[in-house]
Design a protein around this ligand. Structure first.
Ligand SMILES: Nc1ncnc2c1ncn2[C@@H]1O[C@H](COP(=O)(O)OP(=O)(O)OP(=O)(O)O)[C@@H](O)[C@H]1O
Length: 323
């Protein structure tokens, strides 16, 4: 396992453009900057086509960037993968249907120079009860756990998972994330892509929200969740500039305030605790015309990841400053 403080992943101005059959181009990844520290559990959250898979493929050295830099433990991705420091559980990945679960793990173990023990990874992936079963007779969720077992064989420092629980039922999802928890607790860095806010919320310490190839929110899970599920409070501030400035300073200091934005005299505050903001505005700050709005979790998620020009998009720096 890793002991130094080198980042697990560093991505600078990463861009990937694909050609389309009609002769056009698609900018799948559009200038992503990201540092993932050793031991972090990070969710890449975003809608279909956001660029999650393309970004992870570049981190794994499966796709070459059009521009920008990716380094994994200070090395080019391919070198990190070859040395066994990184492994992946991808959405697809061929499995031989006629082998048993155990035979599959044994076969792939034989291709590694210093593999972890076959029975040990079978157990860590929660496959002991079905180790003798033919792959053809296993469910989609069990096959994902088998891919996870294979990913554990090189004893990686970083595990990258692309929508690992897609198509699993609730109990399989839970079992899968329990296994992953144990790996994260052992100090491994885990980066996973998902569509599900709930999954990111339950498992990740940090959420990187991507939409249209760009990072639209990045921060501790609790902060992004509050941003996605909190309320907006807006009001008119006093016309006197000194009093308005003081009001803005007070608003920034209220716990749970994630964003303060002004439009002329009108202030919009996004906060987990909208009551505290409303109270301060009315009782201390002489604000008028107060409005409080809330959206569903789903609507807030769409507002953040969508392309709406009115969406309030906190950056990592905002969240760190305001959180
Ligand atoms: N090989 C390719 N050729 C052309 N376009 C591609 C290719 N791979 C991805 N794209 C396009 O790039 C964009 C980003 O795709 P990507 O698969 O990275 O998104 P995603 O966030 O992983 O989506 P999903 O959640 O659906 O897997 C999409 O518009 C997709 O159609």
């Amino acid at each position: 396992m890793l002991t130094n403080t080198q980042p697990a992943v560093e991505v600078r101005d990463l861009t990937k453009t694909f050609r389309t059959p009609g002769g056009g181009t698609v900018r799948a990844v559009d200038g992503i900057d990201l540092t993932i520290r050793t031991g972090e559990v990070v969710a890449f959250l975003g809608p279909n086509g956001a660029g999650k898979t393309t970004t992870l493929d570049m981190v794994l050295g499966l796709t070459e960037p059009t521009a920008g830099i990716v380094s994994v433990f200070g090395a080019p991705p391919r070198r990190a993968v070859t040395s066994g420091r990184v492994s992946a559980v991808l959405q697809t990945g061929g499995l031989l249907r006629d082998l048993s679960v155990r035979e599959t793990v044994q076969l792939i173990a034989s291709t590694h120079r210093h593999p972890a023990g076959v029975e040990e990874v079978i157990e860590r992936a929660g496959l002991t009860a079905i180790a003798g079963r033919r792959v053809a007779k296993t469910s989609g969720g069990e096959q994902q756990r088998l891919r996870f077992a294979l990913a554990l064989l090189p004893d990686p420092d970083l595990i990258v998972l692309d929508e690992p629980t897609a198509g699993m039922d609730v109990s399989s999802r839970r079992a899968f994330w329990e296994s992953m928890h144990a790996e994260a607790d052992a100090g491994r860095t885990v980066v996973f892509a998902t569509h599900y806010l709930e999954e990111a919320d339950a498992f990740a310490q940090r959420i990187v929200m991507v939409a249209q190839g760009r990072v639209v929110a990045d921060g501790a899970t609790a902060q992004v969740r509050a941003r996605a599920s909190g309320r907006s409070v807006s009001a008119d501030l006093p016309a006197d500039p000194a009093r308005a400035t003081r009001a803005l300073q007070v608003l920034h200091r209220i716990p749970g305030v994630l964003e303060v934005r002004t439009e002329g005299r009108r202030v919009h505050v996004h906060a987990g605790d909208s009551d505290a903001v409303a109270r301060a505005l009315l009782t201390q700050l002489d604000a008028t015309a107060l409005e409080v709005t809330s959206g569903s979790l789903e609507a807030a998620f769409l507002a953040i990841t969508g392309d709406s020009p009115t969406s309030l998009v906190p950056t990592h720096a905002d969240l760190e400053v305001l959180g």
